[in-house]
Design a protein around this ligand. Sequence first.
Ligand code: ZN
Length: 129
Amino acid sequence: MEEIFVKTNSRNEMIDITSKVREKVKQCKIKDGICTVYCPHTTGAITINENADPDVTSDILMKLNAMIPPHEGYSHIEGNSDSHIKSSLIGNSSQIIIENGNLQLGTWQGIYFCEFDGPRSRKVWISVL
Ligand code: ZN
């Protein structure tokens, strides 16, 4: 298993980690396989979406914040239930096909670490089979 580190800067943020994942996959020297990108945090997530227009990620965050407000009579004493709900909705992993040593992403696709309770220092685990 490989590990990458992500420093987040705000409470809700989507950070493009595609180049970091590509680097780890290259180091594995695997020609054809599957790469799993996994978030081991309960208030973070992994997703794949458009990396050409930054308005896409800001719209995703805007809609998530509208659907899941920070204070809505939640019971969880830590006060970050909105962060946990967003994490579960987006999901904690993605799988990407590797062909000829390259991650097979669509032209406009990037891999994102989603921060929902930052700023924090986060890690992402990568496993290549
Ligand atoms: Zn919590």
